[in-house]
Design a protein around this ligand. Sequence first.
Ligand code: 5AD
Ligand code: FES
Length: 349
Amino acid sequence: MKVKEILEKAYHESNLTKDEIKLLLMAEGEDKDLLFKTADRVRKEHVGDEVFLRGLIEFSSYCKNDCFYCGLRRSNQNAQRYRMQEDEIVEVAKRAYQMGYRTVVLQSGEDMYYTKDRLCSIIKKMKRVVDVAITLSIGERSYDEYKVFKDAGADRFLMRFETSNEKLYRKYHPGMSFENRIECLKWLKKLGYELGTGFLIGLPGQTLDDLAQDIILVKELDADMIGIGPFIPHPQTPLKDAKEGSVDLTLKSIAILRLLNPDANIPATTALGTLDPLGRQKGLMCGANIVMPNVNRLEYKLKYELYPGKICINEDATKCRGCIESIIVSVGRKVGQGKGQSRHYKRAS
Ligand code: 5AD
Ligand code: FES
């Protein structure tokens, strides 16, 4: 089958086989241009020209896990650790609201200092004082905890499965289980969270076949939001000498994900912007409709080092807000108003 025919099928059916996905991942030249153009059209038809902003608050850099690629891994003795307290977190959310954000993402390493009660209290307080949608990105917890957080007011949850190749998953996530992660994602969906998941592009050993499977798994999980980004080697991790993920493959994956999940929210991620100065613009032009600027204070931004070279690390949140807006306008789009709930989620509920 030719790329053109595959794209036509994807456009009409929002479905592809693994082999078809692989062919799209290999598209070059005119074929690649057509892939991006088709994805951009699907984006426009299903989610429109608005680009929604999510204010990212990275509230703790402690993590009990030891993921091979991540700078926050517990074995990284050089990582600078911090924990923000409730009042401070809520204060940042307030400031984000004043800058126009209507969604905040509370992200951290897997840090059990934030017990069920502490997190509930943060969520409730935030909901009382700021009118924002709350997205949690705190990793694996029990069903009961997820339920309590939802009842306390959390709206959405982000957790990438990172890779669908179980062998690779085991290798790069010591002490963790792929099965449990998928179970968590299913619980979150069942509990009524707007669900975000995704994967890393370019983990050493990952094949095109794996990537195609990752794309299929996202669809199977019925994700409302899909975050993917290139792997970037961190010097204080076991993968320090590995090659970084490909920007080109990331863009193609974004495009294919848009074709298969027409009404999902898909961010142009910071990692993409880190490897390519125009990465976020390119992402927005081949299917993405979300940007997630960090709204934390400089001091914390510097310490939350998943990977090196992160963009905007020296900018304060106000400057980022303006910069992001000009990026959005430069690609012919506009900043979304309101909370920007996933249309996929809306349609299902
Ligand atoms: N390069 C790129 N992305 C990374 N993440 C963690 N470490 C890295 C890295 N070295 C991503 C993971 C995680 C998200 C919060 O950050 O996919 O889910
Ligand atoms: Fe942060 Fe450009 S988005 S400075």
